[in-house]
Write a protein that binds this ligand. Structure first.
Ligand SMILES: [Zn+2]
Length: 153
């Protein structure tokens, strides 16, 4: 590991976001991943010890950095995300998409946007779910349904 300095260690690369303290790359990554996971886990804004233990990366130093920066606070069984601007944005986005998708499901059909032929992509103009795509990835199920299985998997 003699070359670690030359290659640049994650903890020595500092990024600055508006209104946020200077944080290392690793801290920003963990903050973001923790927020996304907390929402998927059904407890937005709470990053559980279980999650931190499950991810492969060494998180102890990074968590300490987020704590020291006042972004995360220790609670029973995990950390509360205090700097939650990103959390709000992510939740708002998820809720909006969920609501629009529910409206399409109720209507029983998506509303294909037109004029996307050149790119090969057709998305629902209401909920933005892909209806046709050139990359073979998942598209909406019939009848205004949610995203189907990914045939590439
Ligand atoms: Zn739709």
């Amino acid at each position: 590991m003699a070359d670690a300095d030359a290659l640049g260690d994650d903890h020595t690369t500092f990024i600055r976001f508006e209104g946020m303290p200077a944080l290392s790359h690793a801290a920003v990554q963990l903050h973001t991943a923790g927020i996304v996971n907390s929402i998927q886990d059904g407890h937005p804004g709470f990053v559980s010890d279980g999650y931190l233990n499950a991810i492969a990366a060494e998180t102890t130093t990074t968590v300490l950095e987020l704590e020291a920066a006042g972004m995360w606070e220790r609670r029973d069984g995990g950390y509360l995300v205090v700097a939650d601007d990103m959390l709000k944005v992510t939740i708002d986005f998820n809720e909006k998409t969920d609501r629009l998708e529910a409206e399409c499901a109720q209507r029983g059909e998506h509303l294909p946007s037109d004029g996307d032929d050149e790119s090969g992509w057709v998305t629902c103009s209401h909920c933005t779910i892909p209806l046709k795509r050139p990359d073979g990835g998942p598209v909406a199920l019939p009848g205004g349904g949610p995203l189907g299985p990914d045939p590439r998997q």
